[in-house]
Ligand binder design. Structure first.
Ligand code: PFF
Length: 448
């Protein structure tokens, strides 16, 4: 490339990084608890439709911007719309990424804590058999979760500062399939528990009478969150992509993987929830109370649990890298020294912003902001406001600032799909995506 930027050595490097960013806590931790509090099956169905229609189109739109300009987001928007305010879309992406990483790293810390405890045997068969109170006691241990939070951020910084994510992403080409396999074992165990079918019905049978404006907005936010959309991360990653790669094929692999893991995680969690008489609306602690219980019903359960947590930690880290990478690549350009400084300053500031989220389950549990704990409010702000807003503006920007000819050429290059696909995509990105996002907001505000 003319400016000497790195390119992905192979297409698989790009797919691994982009899929690594997409697949993480969104499908495994967030989807089950949001579905659990927002109507189960109906939520999942709406989430699927949003992912397939809006998510895929937006993923392609972010890919087009990145690959066309070969620049990180702020510069990319500047190049396509010189002298305008559009580069603020890149700034919005950086702010959203910092806020996401601030609470994402807290949950990353919980996984580290649970992993270490699973090795020492202090997670399986707690004396009371009550994994809910185990979670509460782990979480209220401020030093333990605080240090785990810091360790998670430091690992992220160390990897991102050297620009060596690619090595990790290669390792995750073994870790990801391993995570799938363990998930399948887990799903089989969950589905064969007594009372499991109630959970399957809850998760997969849509009861549309439960749907309200919030369910729709939450499903929209979840669809963007689990594909890492609306923050220009996919612009960043595709900016390193060679001109000859097929964007449509890459996008469909990422979307299918992400849906598959969401489905597996729902099928692992909800049967367990009902079989053990737990509540699906337990919130962010849901997987931490259900999964150890399901594993405890399995032969070699404690070994499987440790392995599962380790693999989940990998999946979580590859998403965290993408969140810090957008901050670092936007501020450090290609200078390795600035890269190191940016990674440390960015990462540690994000850690500090995350402290109130971390304490939300302990010391600050009584401190409510607009009626809920800080952790939930930051998650709400990012997932249900900032990501949809980012997605809205990207879907307005792309068809407005890139010529039809360029869009068509960039999107279809290397693909066998023809004009019909392009025209459909253009309608979805130009009209359906922005209108659906707008409608979801207006609906929640009670406009109709
Ligand atoms: N997609 C990631 C997950 O599902 O865990 C989370 C995420 C990463 C969201 C990057 C947004 C983002 F920009």
């Amino acid at each position: 490339m003319s400016d000497g930027r790195d390119q992905w050595k192979s297409k698989i490097g790009f797919i691994l990084a982009a899929a690594g960013s997409a697949i993480g806590l969104g499908a495994v931790w967030k989807l089950p608890y949001v579905a659990g509090t927002s109507g189960g099956g109906a939520f999942f169905l709406i989430f699927l439709v949003f992912t397939l229609v809006l998510g895929t189109s937006l993923l392609l739109a972010e890919f087009v911007v990145g690959r066309k300009t070969q620049k990180p987001p702020i510069q990319a928007y500047k190049e396509l719309a010189p002298g305008s305010v559009w580069h603020w879309l890149g700034v919005l992406g950086i702010i959203s990424s910092c806020l996401i990483l601030s609470f994402y790293s807290v949950v990353g810390g919980w996984i580290i804590t649970y992993f270490v405890r699973s090795l020492t045997g202090s997670l399986t068969n707690p004396a009371t058999g009550d994994y809910g109170s185990l979670f509460d006691s782990v979480i209220s241990n401020h030093w333990e979760v605080g240090i785990a939070h810091l360790i998670f951020i430091i690992i992220t910084i160390l990897i991102v500062q050297g620009g060596i994510q690619k090595g990790i992403e290669r390792a995750s080409s073994i870790m990801m399939p391993a995570l799938f396999i363990i998930f399948i074992v887990l799903v089989i165990r969950s589905l064969t528990l007594d009372g499991a079918m109630e959970g399957v019905t809850f998760f997969l049978q849509p009861d549309l009478s439960n749907v309200d404006g919030e369910t729709i907005l939450f499903a929209l936010g979840q669809a963007f969150f689990s594909l890492s959309l609306g923050v220009s991360i996919m612009v960043t990653y595709s900016s390193y992509l060679g001109k000859q790669e097929n964007l449509i094929r890459s996008a469909s692999s990422i979307v299918s993987l992400s849906i598959l893991i969401a489905l597996l995680s729902g099928l692992a969690i909800f049967p367990g929830v009902f079989a053990f008489g737990l509540e699906p609306n337990d919130g962010p602690s849901l997987i931490f109370t259900v999964l150890p219980a399901v594993f405890s019903e399995m032969a070699f359960g404690s070994i499987f649990l440790s392995l599962f947590l380790l693999l989940l930690l990998f999946a979580t880290l590859t998403s965290a890298f993408s969140l810090l990478e957008i901050v670092v690549s936007s501020t450090a350009k290609n200078n390795p020294k600035r890269r190191r400084i940016a990674a440390w300053i960015g990462g540690l500031s994000i850690f500090i912003i995350g402290i109130p989220s971390n304490l939300s389950y302990g010391l600050l549990s009584e401190w409510h902001l607009f009626g809920d704990i800080f952790f939930n409010q930051i998650d709400f702000l990012v997932s249900n406001i900032l990501l949809p807003v980012g997605a809205f503006f990207i879907s307005v920007f792309v068809p407005m600032k890139i010529s039809r000819q360029d869009l068509k050429e960039e999107l279809l290059r290397g693909s066998k799909l023809g004009t019909g696909f392009f025209e459909t995509w253009l309608v979805v990105i130009r009209y359906i995506t922005p209108l659906a996002i707008l409608a979801a907001f207006l609906n929640v505000l009670g406009v109709w």
